[in-house]
Ligand binder design. Structure first.
Ligand code: HEC
Ligand code: HEC
Length: 249
């Protein structure tokens, strides 16, 4: 027979435990509630920041202004922009990064009158990081109405293998005008015959998307067009890389 003192002890312990569990559950509720309220306030703050700082170029609902800044409130932007750029992160991180650091490098290539400014205090801009988070949350709130993963087809190329498609792109996009491969092509930019073996895939991808990030020895910046990121899909860039790999020794 169990000693009644042990029983009382056990019961007391159970009661104590259950109240700990109860507080725990309640705390989780309270935190979820707090998070919801915080997210709501954050989007509101973001909306007013957007009206003040971003609307002059992107317009108040983010539809963009021709010649000034691109639309952000579109299915294309939410479904396809990061893929188009070959950017590996989420659309949210892309927005945050672009807002924080701006686009100081794309000034001359785009159809835009002025650059996307740099906003984060970390880069000498006027916004604190919690404000960047808020404005990002506001832009992200537009994305909810678009379906995830909308696909946009690249223009079809008449080719079968990736290497073949890459070779066609190399010609049709005008790369061949500036770059030589196996003795054919222009000499404005470096010979790319062995670029795959010598510098690797990541370097090639970066050179196409951000030509000024690293300048090849002995060459000038601002010569290679900076808008291939807008004209080539991620798949196109893979195909060009496959072509480089196939000719490289
Ligand atoms: C002076 C005009 C101007 C202001 C103000 C401005 N932008 Fe931009 N923004 C641009 C331009 C121009 C581009 C395109 C840059 C490029 O692609 O080279 C751009 C690009 C972007 C992009 C990337 C779009 C894409 O398709 O890749 C995002 C996101 C963005 N802006 C968000 C913002 C936010 C948020 C604010 C306010 C904090 C803001 N912008 C304020 C001009 C502006
Ligand atoms: C108007 C001339 C021009 C065109 C067109 C051009 N490039 Fe370039 N490219 C250059 C110049 C100049 C450099 C060297 C400066 C630099 O690194 O940005 C370069 C650098 C590169 C590099 C880095 C080479 C290295 O050794 O680091 C790659 C890869 C490249 N281009 C690929 C391409 C591809 C692919 C295309 C077509 C989609 C293309 N380029 C179109 C001029 C051009």
């Amino acid at each position: 027979m169990i000693d009644s003192r042990i029983l009382v002890g056990l019961v007391a312990m159970l009661i104590a435990l259950s109240s700990v569990v109860y507080v725990g559950i309640n705390e989780a509720d309270r935190q979820a509630e707090f998070k919801r309220a915080f997210a709501g306030r954050q989007v509101e703050t973001g909306a007013s920041l957007f009206g003040e700082f971003c609307a002059p170029c992107h317009s108040i609902k983010g539809e963009g202004i021709p010649g000034r800044a691109p639309a952000l409130n579109t299915a294309e932007f939410f479904g396809n922009r990061t893929k188009e750029l070959g950017y590996q992160g989420s659309i949210e991180s892309y927005i945050k990064l672009t807002v924080a650091s701006g686009r100081p490098a794309q000034s001359t290539s785009g159809p835009w009158a002025e650059n996307m400014p740099t906003w984060s205090v970390d880069y000498g801009g006027p916004m604190r990081n919690d404000q960047i988070d808020a404005v990002t949350a506001y832009v992200m709130s537009w994305g909810n109405k678009f379906e995830e993963g909308v696909e946009f087809e690249a223009a079809p190329l008449d080719c079968d293998t990736s290497e073949e498609c890459g070779e066609l792109l190399f010609q049709s996009m005008g790369c061949v005008g500036c770059h030589m491969i196996n003795g054919e092509g222009g000499g404005v930019g470096p010979d790319l015959t062995n670029v795959y073996t010598e510098k690797g895939e990541d370097h090639i991808r970066q050179s196409i998307l951000l030509p000024n990030a690293v300048i090849a020895d002995g060459y000038q910046p601002d010569v290679m067009p900076k808008n291939f990121g807008e004209r080539l899909t991620d798949q196109n860039i893979d195909e060009i890389i496959a072509y480089f790999a196939s000719v490289s020794r």
